[in-house]
Design a protein around this ligand. Structure first.
Ligand code: C2O
Ligand code: CU
Length: 476
């Protein structure tokens, strides 16, 4: 995996570390188990999901109560666990004071259920409900989050995990753990900082970077593991803009899946692997001794954000067995539609004139319209799709990052193969639904456009998407 240039992370990483050293000793001690919903638990096979205002402490017992927007009054939202091929029915109710909608990130979903207000459904108005009803074709680690004014709603708490279990159970529930990672910008009292929401300065730079990380909504939690037993850790980066650097070998973990898609065999990663906003990474770990095992982010030096507490095993040992890869349609590279996806805009010299709302605009007037990023010389959504594909056609996107910042580009409704970076074919062409791109980097991806409907392509740094780095395509 490529590494992020240090300069983009350094300032706020330092903040992470300072805060941490101030109070780290006084925190911890809360086991971080997620509230769970399961189909079995609901009488009629339906989930109820309600968005409303709520409160939680993001900085441990010493921090103030933050004003948040929550699903089912829970931070993160309740974990939804289903089985591959199952039908998921969610009655969603909006008790917020503004419109919202729910997107099921990474699910190759029926277009009408994709949750993109204005493209696949009308926004759900305050006091109203919407019934989401879809089938989950792939096993893996996914998540759900607000997809109306995402830049405002997700960093206030509207997100949760969506786990699709394989046909067979490979890990018992106690050893199949979700780590839902959220970067927050906190004020001096440890409360969510509200005045800078929507700040153009953040949008034009790396996005709304925070200064503290919660795991499953907790500050520096302790997570129980069992000695000499296999565990699966499902990491989800729900941060609005922060790319997390992780070094799994530091806690003897190996990677078994990315963005929900399992590998054929576990992979050892030496050094740092990036987890960009919206990306997921599944790990396996088998602790060899009891005691504390730190879970760190690599912020120049390792910084502990959670501690695994390894205790003597209380369950029988089960030999390692891994879920098989999902059957995804293989791109036909000999008969592909090849298209450019050029990222432009942003501070530090990236701004150019671009089309917006059908007119060519100067950087200054784009700025005034709140548009600072674009794809292929167009800032923001247009009435026409970036491209239309007949169903089953292979699409190759040749992306190039002409900005001074990394981006995390997400395609709705499909998973794609990352074929090459900077013109060099990759040894491992992983399946993903979100790929990173460094400044000046080219990335070639391919997928079969087999899911009919209107689908977004956008940067998952949510401020970037809100200020222009968003387009759509249509599969007919
Ligand atoms: Cu995770 Cu368009 O979103
Ligand atoms: Cu971006």
């Amino acid at each position: 995996m490529p590494r992020l240039p240090r300069k983009h992370l350094a300032p706020t990483s330092a903040q992470w570390s300072r805060r941490g050293f101030l109070k780290a000793g006084m925190l911890g001690a809360s086991a971080a188990l997620l509230p769970r919903l399961s189909l079995a638990a609901s009488g009629d096979g339906q989930f109820e999901l309600t968005a409303a205002m709520g409160k939680a402490r993001l900085y441990g017992a010493d921090g103030g109560l933050s004003d948040l927007w929550l699903y089912n009054d829970s931070l993160p939202g309740p974990e939804i666990r289903v089985r591959r091929g199952e039908r998921v029915q969610v009655r969603f109710t909006n008790n917020l004071e503004e419109a919202t909608s729910v997107h099921w990130h990474g699910i190759r979903i029926d277009n009408a259920m994709d949750g993109v207000a204005g493209l696949t459904q009308p926004a759900v108005q305050p006091g109203e409900s919407f019934d989401y009803d879809f089938v989950v074709p792939d096993a893996g680690t996914f998540w759900y989050h607000a997809h109306t004014m995402s830049w405002n709603q997700v960093p206030r708490g509207l997100a949760g995990s969506l786990i699709v279990e394989d046909d067979d159970r490979h890990f018992p529930p106690e050893r199949d753990l979700t780590l839902f990672l959220s970067d927050w910008r906190l004020d001096e009292d440890g409360r969510l900082e509200l005045t800078s929401f929507g700040a153009m300065h953040d949008f034009a730079h790396a996005g709304r970077l925070g200064n503290w990380l919660t795991i499953n909504g907790k500050s520096m939690p302790e997570i129980p593991l069992q000695k000499e037993r296999w565990h699966r850790l499902r990491l989800i980066n729900a941060s609005p803009a922060r790319i997390l650097d992780i070094s799994p070998e530091r806690f003897d973990a190996r990677v078994i899946a990315l963005d929900g898609q399992s590998f054929e065999t576990p992979r050892d990663v030496s050094g740092i692997i990036q987890l960009a906003p919206a990306q997921r990474m599944d790990l396996i770990v088998r602790p060899q001794k009891t005691g504390a095992l730190p879970f760190e982010m690599m912020t120049g030096k390792p910084f502990t954000f959670a501690t695994f507490q390894v205790a003597e095993a209380v369950e029988e040992d089960i030999p390692l067995s891994l879920p098989p890869p999902n059957p995804l349609p293989e791109p036909d590279l000999d008969d592909a539609m090849v298209l450019p996806l050029v990222m432009a805009g942003g501070a530090m010299g990236g701004m150019t004139s671009m089309m917006h709302d059908g007119t060519q605009m100067s950087p200054r007037s784009l700025m005034e319209a709140g548009m600072v990023w674009g794809f292929n010389g167009i800032a923001g959504m247009e009435g026409n799709p970036m491209f239309s594909a007949e169903k089953g056609k292979t699409i190759v996107l040749e992306s190039r990052n002409d900005t001074a910042f990394p981006h995390a580009i997400h395609l709705h409704g499909h998973h794609f193969k990352v074929l090459a970076r900077n013109g060099k074919a990759l040894d491992r062409q992983d399946w993903r639904d979100t790929y990173t791109s460094e400044p000046e980097e080219t990335v070639r991806i391919a997928f079969v456009a087999d899911n009919p409907g209107k689908w977004l392509i956008h940067c998952h740094m949510l401020g970037h998407a809100a200020s222009g780095m968003m387009t759509w395509f249509e599969v007919g």
